[in-house]
Structure formats: structure tokens, C-alpha cells
Design a protein around this ligand. Structure first.
Ligand code: SAM
Length: 289
């Protein structure tokens, strides 16, 4: 029996179901259930909330979420070997765990959840950033979720909360902070995982704002930021050249000196620039993200 529930310890679960970690699936498991319960608590109150979990693996974080009172956990796992282990958790928590076998990049997960919704996950490294960008750029805002509590490599966590002037500041910081409050909640050394990855990790908590911090067209902002940071060492008058007619004047009107570089520009200034640029005048061919 474990410390947080009547189920067996995770090491026994892994042995029983033969869940040797596979690198290709980004499998670095958390086996300390006190730690997974602590990560679950970083999401805030879970009672009365549906939780979406990506990549439950042998179920350490899933058990943390259920023990911490989540109304329902919807867990999507790509590795079919994990499903029988997860079914044992589902039996211990009747009607509170829905297991979906599949690829989180291919399934519309919102359909399985009832608001209010939190997303909590120890993400597979190979798809973590892609999933985050998708959560941050839905067709409609506010999104179906209220908060995201996600484990990333520390380097990615730093990029999410980065401020202008830092090396980590870029597209991910702007996309996140435009529509969310974001904080790093805790750091984890690589030894917390089995097998230990090469780098440390951190849990980031994002709360969706009711509306974006500054007005801007999502597509225009995304395109400007992608192009500006694609050549982050260049002056903006060069990196944004050709994006639309008369970019130098638009930069100046937005309070940006055309000789400045992308990493010096605040989110507010990027949004001002986006408002100066009409999406119809964007040279979309020139804007591979
Ligand atoms: N949540 C578990 C834990 O904390 O110990 C496992 C985390 S492990 C870092 C990532 C998990 O995501 C693995 O179980 C892996 O099989 C699963 N995974 C990888 N790619 C996936 C995908 N595209 N969709 C769903 N699950 C995926």
C-alpha cells in the first residue's frame, strides 16, 4: 500500500506491467507519490474540477490528482502497455478516471471534459512545447481550460516566464504572457525521475486571463514575433523587412526604435506594433513561423 492511496507502490506497478521506460516516448517516470501529490497541489484546488492529464504513464501523477480530490481525471496515454496499470487506478476510484489510449496531438480532448477544467501533466519532452503552443493559440479566447500546470525541462520553463532583455525571452514568453499569468512553482532535480533525464525540470503554472493583456490580432502578433525572433540578433528594421509596407514607420509609431532588437521589446510594444499592421497587408509568403 502507498502513502496516498490503497494501491501498490509504483515500482511494483512497473514490474507487474513490465513498463520499462522508452526514450522515444519521452518516458521519465515520477515514482514518489508524495512528490506527485505535491505537484498536483501546485494546480490549486481540484475539488469540483475536471483535470486533463497528458501522458499518465504508470499513473503516479494521476494518483496524486485523484488523491488531491479531482472530480474527474481524463488521462490520455499513447503507450498501450500502460493501459492495464491505469485501469487498476480507475477501479480504485470508481467513475473518476477516464483513460483514453491515443496521441494527445491527434485527439480533441476538450470534448471529454466538463468545465471548470485544469490541465496538469508531466509532459513528454518531445511534444511538450507543441502542446503548450496549441493550448495558448485556440480559435477562441478564453479557452476551454482555466489553468495549465505543466512539467517541462527547466530551460523551457525559463523561456515561458522570461522577461525582455534575457536570452530566454522569445516567442514562447510572448505567446504565454499575452493571455496568461505564468509562474515557475517548483524545480525538480533529474534524480526525481526514473530513468533520470540529462537535465533538471520545473513545474510551471499558467492561469488563463479573461482576455488578452493587450489588444492585438493573434495571427498578426504570432507572425511578427516569429519573424522578429527568427533573427533575434538583427535590428528589427532588418528582421521585419518586407513583412508589410513601410515597416520602419510602423515601428516608430508603435514606440519602437527600428534599430532595436527583438529581445529588447516588451509584450506591450509588440502588441502596439501588431495593431499598426493590418492582417491583409502582411506578406504571408515571407512569414514562415
Ligand atoms: N505522468 C507520468 C509520470 O509523471 O511519471 C509519465 C510522464 S512521462 C514524462 C510522459 C508520458 O507521456 C509517457 O507515459 C509517454 O508514454 C506519454 N506520451 C508520449 N507521447 C505522447 C503523446 N503524443 N500522447 C499521449 N501520451 C504521450
Amino acid at each position: 500500500m502507498s502513502t496516498i492511496d490503497p494501491l501498490p507502490p509504483l515500482r511494483s506497478v512497473i514490474l507487474k506491467h513490465d513498463l520499462s521506460a522508452q526514450k522515444s516516448l519521452g518516458q521519465n517516470f515520477l515514482l514518489d507519490l508524495n512528490l506527485t501529490a505535491k505537484i498536483a497541489r501546485q494546480a490549486g484546488d481540484l475539488e469540483g474540477w475536471d483535470v486533463l492529464e497528458i501522458g499518465p504513464g504508470p499513473g503516479g501523477l494521476t494518483r496524486g490528482l485523484l488523491a488531491e480530490g479531482a472530480r474527474k481525471v481524463v488521462a490520455i496515454e499513447k503507450d498501450s502497455r500502460c493501459i492495464s496499470a491505469l485501469q487498476e487506478i480507475s477501479e480504485a476510484y470508481p467513475n473518476r478516471l477516464q483513460i483514453i489510449e491515443g496521441d494527445a496531438l491527434r485527439i480533441d480532448l476538450s470534448a471529454h471534459l466538463t468545465p471548470p477544467i485544469r490541465v496538469v501533466a508531466n509532459l513528454p519532452y518531445n511534444v511538450g512545447t507543441e502542446l503548450l503552443v496549441r493550448w495558448l493559440t485556440p480559435k477562441q479566447w478564453p479557452p476551454y481550460w482555466d489553468s495549465l500546470t505543466l512539467m517541462f525541462q527547466s530551460e523551457v520553463a525559463e523561456r515561458i516566464v522570461a522577461q525582455p532583455g534575457s536570452k530566454a525571452y522569445g516567442r514562447l514568453a510572448i505567446l504565454t504572457q499575452w493571455r496568461c499569468d505564468a509562474r515557475v512553482m517548483m524545480s525538480l532535480p533529474s534524480e526525481a525521475f526514473t530513468p533520470p533525464p540529462k537535465v533538471s525540470s520545473a513545474v510551471v503554472h499558467l492561469n488563463a486571463l479573461e482576455r488578452p493583456r493587450f489588444q492585438a490580432d493573434q495571427k498578426v502578433l504570432e507572425k511578427i514575433v516569429a519573424k522578429a525572433f527568427n533573427q533575434r540578433r538583427k535590428m528589427l528594421r532588418s528582421s521585419l523587412k518586407g513583412i508589410c509596407p513601410d515597416i520602419e514607420t510602423k515601428l516608430t509609431v508603435s514606440g519602437i526604435n527600428p534599430t532595436q532588437r527583438a529581445e529588447e521589446i516588451s509584450l506591450e510594444k509588440f502588441c502596439s506594433l501588431a495593431r499598426e499592421i493590418n492582417c491583409y497587408e502582411l506578406n504571408l509568403n515571407d512569414l514562415s513561423p
